[in-house]
Design a protein around this ligand. Structure first.
Ligand code: FES
Length: 82
C-alpha cells in the first residue's frame, strides 16, 4: 500500500489488520511481499520474522519496524501516520 509517498506492509494477522513500514531493517527487503506465519510477518529475502503486535524481530527485539494505528472506513484503510 502507498500513502503519503511511502510504501507500507499491510497484512491480516489472526484477523487483525496490521500496517507497518515496508522496509526490513536487515537489508531493506520488502516486508509486504513476505508471508504471515504464526503471528509474524516473515521477510521474503532472509526470513527475519517480525511480531505483528510489536513490530520487533523474533530473534532480536532491538530490530523493529514501525507499526501504525489503523481503522477501516467502508472500503478504505485509514492509517495514522503521526
Ligand atoms: S532483508 Fe529482510 S531478512 Fe534480510
Amino acid at each position: 500500500m502507498t500513502a503519503a509517498g511511502s510504501l507500507f506492509c499491510v497484512a491480516r494477522v489472526d484477523g487483525e489488520l496490521v500496517v507497518m513500514d515496508n522496509v526490513c531493517p536487515h537489508r531493506g527487503g520488502p516486508l509486504g511481499q513476505g508471508i504471515v506465519e504464526q503471528g509474524r510477518i516473515v521477510c521474503p529475502w532472509h526470513a527475519w520474522a517480525f511480531d505483528a503486535k510489536t513490530g520487533c524481530a523474533s530473534h532480536n527485539p532491538k530490530a523493529c519496524v514501525r507499526r501504525y494505528a489503523t481503522r477501516i472506513d467502508g472500503d478504505t484503510v485509514m492509517v495514522e501516520l503521526e
